[in-house]
Design a protein around this ligand. Structure first.
Ligand code: UDP
Length: 236
């Protein structure tokens, strides 16, 4: 499925999880992008970024705006796979298989807080972390920390598209690398996920907007995204 020039792989959560297991079993690397409308729109304007995203192994539909577009183009069964949902599933499985999971990203103190919480809930998982505000000079030390930990799963929460540039640049860092946006903030408890009502009615974006009004500048691209998708559907 192509949405504004970005390939979207229409897998659901379970199928995405199967791909992770397959990659781990086969000793293959898997880089996952969770693509929301903002990233897709940005890619449509920035072909270099779009080419980088397209080189990912899996590009999942993150957000109702992507699912809506996919359905408009005929994929009636398209489902949303968000970074946080995929991460929660990974934690569940990681607890069973004793995975090593590295959290990279979020403000200093937040990833640490997330790992403290997660270690209690998932004691069989071995966690390590680093915040996402390191300087170019500190990057080598961050890479070294991840390499020596040798995680099965590297969750990169540096925000889009920074996390995509990171995962594209460091393909050898971990078997499974996933750009997860603000997931570490949610895991730490610093940011609340939308209540069930908003999630059930596909209004998570609206909840984020009212609870974090500073996001308005980012969400301003959403109507532009909708217009471009309609243009692709009906005029091209
Ligand atoms: N972030 C980071 N380093 C940076 C910029 C951002 O670690 O240089 C983190 C930020 O603290 C937040 C996440 O990246 O935890 C981005 O969250 P957001 O909800 O904006 O994610 P998106 O919607 O972009 O996926």
């Amino acid at each position: 499925m192509d949405i504004l020039g970005t390939r979207i792989d229409l897998l659901n959560l379970q199928e995405s999880m199967s791909r992770i297991f397959q990659a781990l079993a086969a000793g293959k690397k898997l880089w996952i992008v969770t693509a929301n409308p903002e990233l897709i729109y940005r890619g449509a304007k920035d072909k270099k970024l779009q080419a980088i995203i397209s080189s990912a192994d899996l590009i999942l539909p993150d957000g109702i705006g992507v699912v809506w577009a996919a359905r408009l183009f005929g994929a009636k069964k398209a489902e949303r796979v968000t970074g946080i949902d995929l991460t929660l599933k990974i934690l569940e499985e990681g607890q069973q298989y004793g995975w090593r999971i590295f959290l990279l990203g979020s403000k200093p103190g937040i990833a640490k807080k997330a790992v403290c919480k997660l270690s209690q809930k998932y004691p069989a998982i071995d966690f390590a972390y680093h915040h996402g505000y390191f300087s170019p000079e500190e990057e080598a030390a961050v890479l070294e920390k991840i390499e020596s930990f040798a995680p099965h799963i590297l969750l990169v929460g540096l925000g889009a598209p920074k996390q995509e540039y990171w995962n594209a640049a460091y393909k050898g860092l971990a078997p499974i690398r996933i750009g997860v946006g603000g997931t570490i903030d949610v895991l730490s408890g610093e940011v609340k996920r939308a209540p069930q009502f908003f999630r059930a009615h596909n209004l998570e974006w609206f909840y984020r907007l009212i609870s974090q009004p500073a996001r308005i500048r980012r969400q301003i691209v959403l109507p532009l995204y909708v217009l471009q998708v309609l243009k692709q559907r009906y005029f091209s």
